[in-house]
Design a binder for this molecule. Structure first.
Ligand code: FAD
Length: 372
């Protein structure tokens, strides 16, 4: 059979692409996926105790983009959910990202009041400031506060998560969890937040439910691509692998997930982060996010590590100058490729939230349809 498109990778990028081109353009699509399931890192499944878990780490959908929200809402209802996180700092559980409530919980009242006033005066209520920017404050009090937050919240957490200090990484990394001058304890402030009511995998199954889409699982695309007739390739796998690592391997951080199930209604109230204790970074409890009612509950602990072994999963591209230089070489070659589109977190060697991936695909397709 001849296909209009071959999509490599059945993650949210590949699935969004396949859904759009098969339904809107009525084109024939073959998806080739290396794993034994669809969904990429957003995949969820019921474990042996009947708890819906996210196999590759907790995924909370959040976006300010109505088009993205409306697009996915065609395939799922939502369990509206506002994520909250407490960090274990100085023997107390306090709100993370660091906000005005955290300030008052950790510092003496008169000092906290003074710092709160200074923060609001200088930046304005509701402002989000990356820690590395706050650390550049010339004001003595704000510099003291920045150093305090850096030491207690960022330094050890970043070192554990990335194997290096905040300054060694692109500022974008610590900027993802900025200091928030607000009393809002929610982890995200996006307009739309939640999880697909019946899970991500069910949502993806609906997206792929089209006679124009064929899926091959358990197959590395390189094993079969030469035997397939197609017009265009959508590539969402690792860009260095596509080019046989000719400029070297791009490094990633990986994670080990340790799942534990208890016969309890609830293990903890919200997600807990451990910047300064233990080898794991956080404990998340799935039932909070999914809204599932069950006599058992499953939690997951995340242990960061380097991406080295064959079975390790490349989770996080490491945004350091030398890696961006390697990536740029691949990107230049990618741009020369006729009829191949590189899209998604592995193909673009870049951390993307789910909504950004969907947005990127929709934008690309719209540009293609209306523009080029
Ligand atoms: P992937 O999901 O990685 O899909 C790529 C697919 O390509 C994979 O299925 C892979 O098996 C397949 N593939 C690779 N190579 C080949 C090959 N050679 N042949 C065939 N198939 C191949 N985002 C949020 O918005 N909210 C969150 O709460 C959130 N939490 C996260 C937590 C963790 C621990 C991590 C790591 C990420 C989180 N993300 C979150 C980000 C989210 O996972 C990504 O945005 C999303 O998975 C990117 O989708 P993708 O399709 O680009 O990549």
């Amino acid at each position: 059979m001849r296909y209009d498109y071959v999509v490599v990778g059945a993650g949210i990028a590949g699935i969004t692409f396949a859904e759009n081109i098969s339904s809107e353009l009525n084109e024939k699509v073959l998806i080739i996926e290396k794993r034994n399931h669809i969904g990429g890192n957003c995949y969820d499944e019921y474990n042996e105790n009947g708890i819906l878990i996210h196999k590759y780490g907790p995924h909370i959908f959040h976006t300010n983009n109505k088009r993205v929200w409306d697009y996915l809402s065609q395939f799922t209802e939502w369990n509206i959910y506002y994520h909250k996180v407490l960090g274990s700092i100085d023997g107390k559980f306090v709100p993370i990202p660091f906000n005005l409530n955290t300030l008052h919980e950790l510092l003496p009242e008169s000092l906290a009041n003074r710092l709160e006033n200074q923060l609001i005066q200088k930046f304005g209520y509701g402002c989000k400031i990356p820690i590395l920017k706050l650390k550049q404050s010339s004001d003595k009090d704000l510099k003291f506060l920045a150093d305090f937050i850096y030491e207690k919240v960022f330094l050890n957490y970043t070192t554990k998560q990335w194997g290096m200090k905040p300054e060694e990484l692109d500022p974008e990394v610590t900027g993802r969890v900025p200091v928030y001058i607000s009393r809002d304890n929610r982890y995200f402030q996006d307009k739309y937040q939640g999880l697909p009511k019946y899970g991500y995998t069910k949502m993806f199954e609906k997206m792929l439910n089209n006679k124009n889409i064929h899926i091959i699982l358990n197959t590395d695309y390189k094993e079969i691509i030469n035997k397939i007739e197609y017009d265009r390739l959508i590539y969402t796998g690792p860009i260095d692998y596509f080019f046989d690592y000719k400029y070297g391997k791009l490094p990633y951080r990986s994670l080990d997930f340790k799942f534990e199930t208890y016969q309890l209604d609830q293990y903890q109230h919200v997600e807990h982060k451990y910047p300064n204790d233990y080898d794991f970074t956080r404990i998340t409890e799935y039932k909070h996010m999914t809204g599932q009612k069950h006599e058992f509950t499953t939690i997951v602990k995340e242990y960061p590590k380097d991406y080295k072994l064959e079975n390790d999963i490349p989770y996080y591209p490491i945004p350091q100058k030398e890696n961006i230089v390697i990536y740029s070489k691949y990107k230049n070659e990618a741009e020369e490729q006729k009829n191949v589109i590189f899209i998604g977190r592995l193909a673009e060697y870049r951390y993307y939230n789910m909504d950004a991936v969907v947005e990127k695909v929709l934008f690309f397709l719209r540009g293609e349809k209306y523009g080029n």
